[in-house]
Ligand binder design. Structure first.
Ligand code: GDP
Length: 383
């Protein structure tokens, strides 16, 4: 990210400078009135300090902070000064890009919090309220509102509808910028992990039915969820209805044998025990089970009814297991969808499906950026 501070007469004066220096994607993070010049505190002039930023590609290692004044005590009107990068203590941390990015993240958050609610244009207040009610993080709000403030500065007459449409576009852009493309590699087995009760087994049945009915694939099922008799029975019931072979496994040797048994299947889906994800033993058991040399796609299943902080804890707890995709369930039980956007922004793990009900096989949606934008903006509530 590049960050620049301009001291100008008004925002209109700063906009062409921001565009010239930081490009079209730049956003205004904050504005505040400052007093400059004068003598012994007298004859000071009031100016506006505008802080603008633009994301840059991390690998370019271009991150830096520059300060530009169009007017100050020692600088004449419209003269521009750029701080030498080596003078800037933040720039010296360029070696440690992560640390620098974290600092900028908190700075961005701090600046967002400093945006005076009363100074937010009316057209953006409703949007901010919506994002807040959906549980979208401050950081994402700051990015979206900052971009829209920049647009509104140029087009103050834009209506709330127009701003809403632009917000939708920006959300889609944000998702596309943060989401990793799902891997297309061929896998031997698709494995579903996650806390107990989130809907893993139900979701597996929905996905299995989709492969069978819509893609005409031969699907095999495996479950290692032997901790609950009911869980095995539940998957067996679905296997019976869908006429699919099923194997129950308790060790990596069992798993190898089951894979051999199901070798004529096009796709194998595996349910796992949903024990307490906070128990290291659960993670270790999973790793041990999946240690066979096979191409595994790991799907972490999380319920949207959980608090975002708890979802983060779960993902962080699984950090030693490489996750390929996320599946979110129980969308029908919550009206707040911000976590979907937050997860993409914070973790960049592709979200493949959103389950929105208990009905097998119907209550599952394939995720697109447009669908997420609709959810976050409170549209398609009935989906
Ligand atoms: P598991 O322990 O993770 O395998 O969870 P289950 O598949 O057994 O599901 C636990 C409960 O959540 C069951 O009552 C399911 O019917 C219910 N469930 C699963 N997915 C959804 C969903 O998307 N929406 C709602 N409302 N309930 C769901």
């Amino acid at each position: 990210m590049r960050l620049k501070t301009y001291t100008v007469h008004n925002v209109t004066q700063a906009i062409p400078m921001i565009k010239r220096d930081l490009g079209e994607d730049a956003l205004i993070l904050n504005t505040k009135k400052v007093k400059i010049g004068g003598f012994l505190g007298f004859f000071q002039k009031e100016r506006l300090e505008v802080i603008a930023a633009v994301e840059t590609i991390a690998s370019e290692k271009k991150d830096r902070i520059e300060t530009i004044h169009t007017e100050s005590e020692s600088i004449k009107e419209n003269e521009v000064s750029v701080l030498d990068e080596t003078e800037n203590p933040l720039v010296q941390k360029d070696e440690n890009l992560d640390e620098l990015l974290n600092e900028l993240k908190s700075l961005k958050q701090f600046m967002f919090q400093a945006i005076d609610e009363d100074r937010l244009p009316e057209t953006l207040k409703a949007l901010r309220k919506k994002l807040l009610s959906q549980g979208v993080t401050d950081e994402i709000q700051s990015e979206l509102l900052g971009k829209l403030m920049l647009v509104l500065n140029e087009h103050p007459n834009y209506t709330e509808e127009k701003i809403h449409a632009l917000a939708r576009k920006e959300i889609i852009k944000l998702i596309n910028a943060h989401k990793k493309r799902p891997s297309r590699r061929k896998v031997d087995i698709i494995c579903f992990i996650g806390p107990t009760g989130v809907g893993k087994t139900t979701t597996i049945a929905k996905i299995a039915a989709d492969y069978l009915l819509n893609e005409e694939k031969k699907v095999g099922l495996i479950t290692s969820d032997t901790y609950r008799i009911a869980a095995v029975e539940q998957l067996k019931t679905y296997a019976g209805i869908l006429n699919m072979p099923i194997r129950v496994v308790e060790s990596s040797a069992d798993l190898k044998a089951a894979m051999d048994d199901l070798s004529d299947c096009d796709i194998i889906l595996m349910d796992t025990a949903g024990r307490n994800y906070q128990q290291q033993q659960y993670i270790d058991d999973l790793k041990e089970m999946l240690s066979e040399k096979m191409k595994i796609q790991i799907n972490l299943v999380l319920s949207l009814t959980a608090k975002y902080e708890d979802m983060k804890k779960i993902i962080d707890n699984f950090e030693t297991i490489v996750m390929d995709q996320l599946i979110l369930t129980k969308k029908d039980e919550t009206s707040s969808s911000g976590a979907i956007l937050n997860l993409i922004y914070d973790y960049s793990i592709p979200i493949r499906y959103i389950a929105n009900g208990q009905n097998v096989p119907d209550d599952i949606l394939t995720v697109t950026p447009e669908l997420i934008a609709n959810f976050v903006l409170g549209e398609d509530e009935n989906v």
